[in-house]
Design a protein around this ligand. Structure first.
Ligand code: COA
Length: 134
């Protein structure tokens, strides 16, 4: 089982015109959606389970994101409980017109491992997925 307390890039995406508001900057909700996905990718490193987002404790949108920026969602498992993990997400934009990298958003979230009925289970327990090969 892979467990990380180190920062890794969970996702990299290019922001598209469909993601922008009338000002030409990216909707906060788009960034939130990717933060959620990045949280799942990080959580899964702690166990191959169904993971659900229990909370997004704090999200700070520090700088705008622009169409064309390459945006990286850098994650770290910051703390572990019994069934939950606390994840820090740093969102970094590589500007489309300069290549400069800036931190645009930070967030912390709690992900909980659940069984097939949605009941929380210790994340270090065996996977409840069917182990059949696909
Ligand atoms: C997350 C969820 C499984 C927790 O259910 P629950 O009955 O409270 O479970 P438990 O009491 O066993 O708590 C499980 C763990 O979650 C943590 N937890 C529960 N609610 C939490 C919250 N709001 N914020 C942070 N942690 C939370 C508990 O501290 C516990 O952590 P630990 O085991 O590491 O000590 C349940 O609330 C749920 O299914 N929520 C919906 C998740 C979802 O659909 N997310 C997507 C949004 S649409």
């Amino acid at each position: 089982m892979i467990r990380t307390m180190e920062k890794t890039t969970a996702l990299s995406v290019i922001m598209m015109p469909r993601d922008a508001n009338v000002l030409g900057t990216i909707f906060g909700g788009i960034i939130l959606s990717y933060i959620d996905q990045a949280g799942f990718v990080e959580a899964r490193r702690n166990g191959i389970h169904r993971w659900v987002t229990a909370s997004m404790d704090k999200v700070d949108f520090e700088k705008p994101v622009y169409v064309g920026d390459v945006v990286r969602f850098i994650t770290k498992t910051a703390k572990t409980g019994r069934t939950s993990v606390g994840i820090e997400v740093v969102v970094e934009a590589e500007r489309f017109n300069s290549g400069n990298r800036v931190v645009v958003t930070t967030a912390t979230l709690t992900m909980v491992s659940v069984d097939e009925h949605g009941k929380s289970i210790p994340f270090d327990s065996p996977s409840t997925f069917q182990q059949d090969e696909i």
